[in-house]
Design a protein around this ligand. Structure first.
Ligand code: GDP
Ligand code: MG
Length: 303
C-alpha cells in the first residue's frame, strides 16, 4: 500500500504510565532498536523520545514519555510536563499498567490510570496494555482484564510482555485500528528524531546506572562536550554530572577502573549504533543542585 494513499494511517502514539511499568522496554521492542535506555530504576526516562514504526499501510510515531508522577523538584516537573505534552498531542494514548503490581493485594492501579485519563480528557482513543504478564499467574489476570474492560475507559485492553516481546502484534493491531487516516510523517527508514550525540550521552548514563546500582543515586546527568567524526573513527567526550563530591571517587573507582568499565560498556553500544569505531572519553564533574537549576536543565536539553 502506498504511504500516501487514501487507506494509509498515521499518527502519534503516546506511551504513558507510572514510573517503571515498562514504557521504554515497549518502545524498543516495537521498533527493534535500543533507543530508550532502560534500567531497573524508576525515573530513568527524562524526556520524550520518538521511535518510528513503519508497517504495511501505517506509520505509528511512538512517543516514550517520562513516568507520570507528582513532581518534587524542578527536573521532575519538567519530566511531567513532557509526558503531559505528549499525551495532549497524541492521536492514540497507549497506557501501560504493571500487571504484577496491579494484582498485588492492596495496590490500586486505577489511581495511576486516572491521572493519564484526566490529561487525555476523552479527546483521544485510549488503549490499555497490561504489561509484565510473564510475572503473573494467568488466573489472576482474568479479573483484572474484566475490571478494565468493564470500566468503559478503554477502547481496547491487551495483555502483553514487553520484555518477552509477547502480545505485541495484537497490541499494534489495536493501535493501527485507531490511527487516523493520513500519509507517513517520516521517511520509511527513519527510526527516531534524536541526533547521534543524544544516544552517546544516554548510553553513558545507562552504563553508570548499571554499574553503580546501589552507590550512585538517580541524580546523575550526562552531557556530550565533543562529538567529532574523524576518518573511520568518532571521538566523543562525555561529562558525567554528579551532585556530591563523595560520588566522584565512587564513579572513578580504584585507579580509574570504574569509569573505564562504564566507558567500555557505553562505547560498545555507541559503536553498534554508529557502525564504526569510537574513541570515548569520560570525565566526572560535581554539579551541586543541577536538578533545581533551569540553566543546567537547559544545558542538558531537558527544558
Ligand atoms: P519505564 O520506566 O516505564 O520506561 O520502564 P522500563 O522500560 O525502564 O522498565 C523498567 C523495568 O521493568 C526494567 O527492569 C525492565 O526490564 C522491566 N520490564 C519491562 N517490561 C517488562 C516485562 O514485560 N516483563 C518483565 N518481567 N519485566 C519488564
Ligand atoms: Mg522509561
Amino acid at each position: 500500500m502506498s504511504p500516501d494513499g487514501p487507506e494509509h494511517r498515521s499518527g502519534h502514539v503516546a506511551i504513558a504510565g507510572a514510573p517503571n511499568v515498562g514504557k521504554s522496554t515497549l518502545l524498543n521492542a516495537l521498533v527493534g532498536a535500543h533507543l530508550s535506555i532502560i534500567t531497573a530504576r524508576p525515573q530513568t526516562t527524562r524526556r520524550n523520545l520518538i521511535g518510528v514504526l513503519t508497517g504495511s499501510g501505517f506509520q505509528a510515531v511512538l512517543v516514550d514519555t517520562p513516568g507520570l508522577l507528582d513532581p518534587a523538584y524542578r527536573l521532575q516537573s519538567l519530566m511531567r510536563r513532557h509526558a503531559v505534552q505528549a499525551i495532549e498531542s497524541a492521536d492514540v494514548l497507549l497506557l501501560l499498567v504493571d500487571a504484577q503490581r496491579a494484582t498485588a493485594s492492596g495496590f490500586d492501579p486505577d489511581r495511576l490510570t486516572a491521572d493519564a485519563l484526566g490529561i487525555a480528557g476523552g479527546r483521544v482513543p485510549v488503549i490499555l496494555a497490561l504489561n509484565k504478564v510473564d510475572l503473573v499467574h494467568k488466573p489472576s489476570l482474568l479479573p483484572l482484564l474484566a475490571h478494565y474492560h468493564g470500566s468503559g475507559d478503554f477502547q481496547a485492553v491487551v495483555p502483553i510482555s514487553a520484555l518477552a516481546a509477547d502480545g505485541l502484534e495484537g497490541l499494534m493491531d489495536e493501535v493501527r485500528r485507531f490511527l487516523p487516516p493520513g500519509p507517513a510523517l517520516y521517511p520509511e527508514d527513519t527510526l527516531t528524531d534524536q541526533p547521534e550525540r543524544f544516544f552517546a550521552a544516554e548510553y553513558v548514563r545507562e552504563a553508570v546506572f548499571e554499574r553503580y546500582y546501589q552507590e550512585i543515586p538517580y541524580t546523575v546527568a550526562t552531557q556530550v562536550e565533543e562529538f567529532r567524526r574523524g576518518r573511520g573513527k568518532t571521538y566523543i567526550r562525555v561529562v558525567v554530572w554528579v551532585e556530591e563530591e563523595r560520588h566522584r571517587p565512587i564513579l572513578l573507582g580504584k585507579g580509574g577502573r570504574g569509569v573505564k568499565a562504564v566507558g567500555r560498556a557505553a562505547r560498545e553500544r555507541i559503536e553498534a549504533l554508529l557502525e564504526e569505531p569510537v574513541y570515548l572519553e569520560i570525565f566526572v564533574k560535581v554539579v551541586p543542585g543541577w536538578r533545581e537549576q533551569d540553566g543546567r536543565l537547559r544545558e542538558l536539553d531537558l527544558f
